[in-house]
Every structure is written in structure tokens, then in C-alpha cells.
Ligand binder design. Sequence first.
Ligand SMILES: [Zn+2]
Ligand SMILES: [Zn+2]
Length: 173
Amino acid sequence: MQIEFAKIEEKILKGDFDIINEKVIQNEFEFFTINNVNVSFRAYRIDINDVSIKEKIKGNITLICTNCLEEYTQDIDLSTETIFTKDKGFLGGEVTLTESELDVQYLEGETIDLKEEAIKTIDLFIPMSHTCKEDCKGLCPICGANRNINPCNCKIEKVDPRLQKLKEFLNKE
Ligand SMILES: [Zn+2]
Ligand SMILES: [Zn+2]
């Protein structure tokens, strides 16, 4: 879903679209899947160089728990407003944006990709550490079992790293 910068008028343009079953690669090791998300948008022109795009992003995504590596579904309900500007000076500091969530972006091309913007917003919403449930027990560092499903009997000793060397030494004796 793309809109042309030049075609956005003062009168608010409304619309919506769905993103269904789309895998988003975050980096070498991580991805998430947008199962079913509806994006409703409002676009209007502020002045010759600037347009405002508001998006409401609602639905659910599938994430991989950073603790136990199992997939889980997360509901999302996000709203954003971005000002796309053709005026490099806008980013210069005359405007204070610290108090609001408003984001200002310099637009390189002539079109704004609403789908890409929504995906970016979802990506930013996902914290580095995200778990399937608040008390996810994670994987056992010894046998690799998912401790939410099968609690294993491995004994995890907490050894002071300073004592570890001594322990290794004593074990050799
Ligand atoms: Zn988990
Ligand atoms: Zn274990």
C-alpha cells in the first residue's frame, strides 16, 4: 500500500488494509510473523513540504520466546503519527518533539509505503527480550529441556567465578 506524497491533500484521506501471514526478518537470528493485522490510516497535508500519516495497527503476531524458544501469539494495538517532510531544515532543531510520540522523517522518494511503515512500527514495539509468559522458566542450560513442559532434575550449581578456578583445581587432584 503506497501513497504518493504529491497527491496527499489538506482534506484527510482515510483507508485501511490488512497484512496477513507475513514473515519479517529482524536480523540474522530473529524474525516474527504478522498473522493478521489491520492497518487503518489517515493522511493529510500540513503544508507544501510536510504531510502527516497516522496509523492504527491492530491484530496479532507470532513471536519466538527469547527464553524457551517456543512460538507464542501476541495481540497488538498500536498507534503512530509520522510527519514526512521534504524540507531538510525541518529536522534541524527548531521543533521540539521530545514531549510527544511524533516522529519526523525526511522523505527521500516520492511515495510513502504505508505497509513498510506499519511493519517498522511493529518491529520497534517488540522488546529485545520478549517471553511467552511472565514466568517462563526457559531452557535448562545443562540438558536443554524446556522447563515449562518438562522440569528436569539437573542440578544447576551457582559457583562464584572466583571459586570456579579453585574447584577445577581440586577436581584434578
Ligand atoms: Zn518461553
Ligand atoms: Zn536439565
